[in-house]
Write a protein that binds this ligand. Structure first.
Ligand SMILES: NC(=O)c1ccc[n+]([C@@H]2O[C@H](COP(=O)([O-])OP(=O)(O)OC[C@H]3O[C@@H](n4cnc5c(N)ncnc54)[C@H](OP(=O)(O)O)[C@@H]3O)[C@@H](O)[C@H]2O)c1
Length: 259
């Protein structure tokens, strides 16, 4: 991005988990509506693939490899985005892992990964952009929860607990920022997006073979599941609501999904 483009831009989007699935689709959708996007995730290659597609379509994007579990990496990534594109107007915290399985035979490392990525990673991303948003007095924070944050799915207890935590964090953050609004006049909005089944690589990363087979079969046998672009469009709709409208929580399921 050139210096003059940077001056003309009102700010940028920072997406965690931007290399695939919902994060990648949201990055592309928001870039297509003229917003520069900072793409973060652990692996550079998928980020570069998303960046190339955005650039080819005439948008602006930057790959910033970063592990959301590491607070200082997340902080540096946000600073890199701000230095390149200007203030972060929008955070989409999509980084997440789902190594589900029965608690009785679980590897505690899977629990740690879910807790550190799905909860701490979200908090790190919020912490990395919030001072900048408070300084600007404006911003939009979008957190990816899940239907699994409202419904306890069999053999997915810890994943459901992490998503449930994200729902609480979104509501707590919204309340805190709204109370502060009377003192500092900030216009920061918070949206929780809770999707049902979406066709992404997520279920294929489950390490427990039985749980992976059961989850992928459940996705495959549903009469049509969401594609990442469905969720991306929902996020765009929430972001583009008029300033006095705060879309706080959206549950978006495939029409065929019961629970
Ligand atoms: N798919 C669904 O059915 C569904 C339903 C409801 C909610 N969700 C939620 O939606 C979000 C996006 O998931 P998805 O379905 O789009 O899955 P996905 O395609 O697997 O995307 C998750 C992304 O998170 C990144 N990531 C994982 N650990 C990370 C870490 N420590 N630091 C930074 N990035 C990390 C991954 O990239 P790297 O491995 O390169 O880091 C990956 O690109 C997740 O929070 C998930 O819980 C998904």
């Amino acid at each position: 991005m050139t210096e003059s483009m940077k001056e003309n831009s009102s700010g940028c989007v920072l997406v965690t988990g931007a290399g695939s699935g919902i994060g990648a689709a949201t990055a592309a959708t928001l870039a297509a509506s003229g917003r520069p996007v900072a793409l973060t995730g652990r692996r550079l290659e998928p980020l570069n693939g998303v960046m190339a597609a955005i650039t080819e379509a005439g948008g602006h994007a930057l790959s910033i490899p970063c592990d959301a579990r590491d607070q200082s990496q997340m902080q540096d990534a946000a600073q890199h985005a701000i230095a390149t594109f200007g203030p972060v107007d929008i955070l989409v915290a999509a980084a997440g892992v789902m190594p589900v399985g029965p608690m009785c035979s679980a590897d505690p490392e899977d629990w740690r990964d879910m807790l550190e990525t799905n909860i701490l990673g979200v908090l790190h991303a919020v912490h990395a952009v919030l001072p900048n948003m408070l300084e600007q007095g404006t911003g939009h924070i979008v957190l990816l929860g899940s239907v699994a944050g409202r419904t306890l799915f069999p053999d997915a207890t810890v994943y459901c607990a992490t998503k449930s935590a994200v729902h609480v964090i979104a509501e707590g953050l919204r309340g805190e920022l709204t109370r502060r609004r009377r003192e500092d006049g900030n216009r920061i909005r918070v949206t929780l997006i809770a999707p049902g089944a979406v066709d992404t690589p997520l279920p294929h990363t489950i390490s427990d073979p039985q749980s992976r087979a059961a989850t992928t079969a459940w996705y495959e046998h549903m009469d049509g599941i969401l594609v990442p672009e469905d969720v991306a469009e929902t996020i765009k709709w929430a972001i583009e609501a008029p300033e006095h409208v705060s879309v706080n929580e959206v549950v978006v399921r495939p029409s065929a999904m019961i629970r």
